[in-house]
Ligand binder design. Structure first.
Ligand code: LMR
Length: 339
């Protein structure tokens, strides 16, 4: 063997040895770009929409372009129910459904987040999501082939309709759109309304055509879907919370090369801090924009009216406790100080 040939031979053997030392999945990843399709149902300029974009930016940066994240907002790819099926089938890899949408999947514990008035403020919510309860709840998704990565905030909900909503009696007979949660159904029933489950992408049209009379949303969702253009009244009731669990197909995540998974975990941790840091501000911005638009009259409850809401809505906790898991409801109530 000439010196040049030996050098070439050694280089080749060295490269082969290094390649062989890498696990198959890692070698494959080195050769191909890994694509993560992140599908969601809201507008890009919402807490979730901006969070998804932040994750994309950081994931692509930390993996040096080995991972490409494609974000599909506004139900472009899938609507509410379909997106969870698509994740389980591997047609998309990442979602952030609202916590109210896990019941139909068979994980009823998540409906605890829909209990009216259960979180007096964000700190109480954080004690639950950042503590052992939050961890346990994300863990419940594993039997569905789903891995829960993080909790993302949207915000506290307001009620809207074409008639004023000051006291529970104002809801009598109104058709109110809800997400697919039995707890939200019970909440609307308690108010005397008629709950109607509709996919998020269908709400604007349903309000516009009178299929439903009203709905509940954090301001950011109401504004970015232009619902304020078709709702004359809104009450700043902040009677319930809307947030998300960021989830991935568990097999997809487990099959990632370790270093890539670590970089994505880092990107997710930072994107979560970002999202939870902007959510309040995004909702305030949306509320101000709707006030300026002048198409909806916004109303703050008086102390006496709020008392009536509390008396009407708190019994929903007991009513739904068995469905959610009585022990879990008690532990959350203990953490938040609301019983
Ligand atoms: C809704 O359906 O009202 C929300 O879950 C939409 C969302 O993802 O914020």
């Amino acid at each position: 063997m000439t010196t040049t040939t030996r050098r070439q031979f050694n280089r080749l053997m060295g490269a082969t040895a290094i390649a062989a030392a890498l696990p198959l999945s890692a070698r494959r990843a080195r050769a191909e770009t890994i694509t993560i399709k992140f599908s969601h149902v809201v507008a890009p300029d919402t807490p979730k929409g901006r969070g998804a974009e932040k994750f994309k930016e950081l994931a692509e940066k930390y993996t040096d372009g080995q991972v490409k994240v494609e974000v599909y907002p506004n139900s472009q790819l899938y609507k509410d129910k379909e997106e969870l099926e698509a994740l389980q089938l591997g047609a998309v890899q990442m979602l952030a459904p609202s916590l109210a949408k896990f019941g139909p999947l068979g994980v009823r514990a998540f409906e605890a987040f829909d209990l009216p008035l259960i979180f007096p403020d964000k700190d109480a919510l954080r004690r639950v999501t950042n503590g052992p309860i939050g961890k346990e709840m994300l863990g419940m998704l594993s039997e569905k082939g789903i891995l829960g990565l993080a909790f993302w905030d949207n915000g506290f909900k307001i009620m809207s309709a074409n008639s004023p909503l000051h006291i529970p009696d104002d809801f009598l007979g109104l058709k109110m759109r809800i997400q697919s949660s039995k707890v939200l159904e019970a909440q609307m029933n308690a108010l005397g309304a008629i709950p109607q489950v509709l996919a998020f992408s269908e709400v604007y049209q349903a309000l516009q055509t009178g299929v439903v009379d009203g709905t509940e949303n954090p301001p950011s969702n109401m504004y970015t879907q232009k619902m304020h253009e078709v709702q004359k009244h809104a009450t700043l009731s902040r009677h319930g919370y809307l947030g998300y669990a960021v989830i991935v197909n568990a097999k997809f995540w487990a099959d990632l090369p370790d270093d890539i998974r670590g970089q994505l975990d880092q990107a997710m941790a930072e994107a979560s801090d970002f999202t939870n840091g902007i959510a309040l501000e995004e909702n305030e911005r949306a509320l101000n924009a709707m006030k300026e638009a002048g198409t909806t009259e916004f109303y703050e409850l008086t102390a006496d009216e709020r008392k009536q809401w509390v008396e009407t809505l708190l019994p929903v906790h007991d009513e739904m406790s068995d469905r959610i898991g009585a022990d879990l409801v008690k532990r959350i109530q203990k953490e938040t100080g609301v019983a």
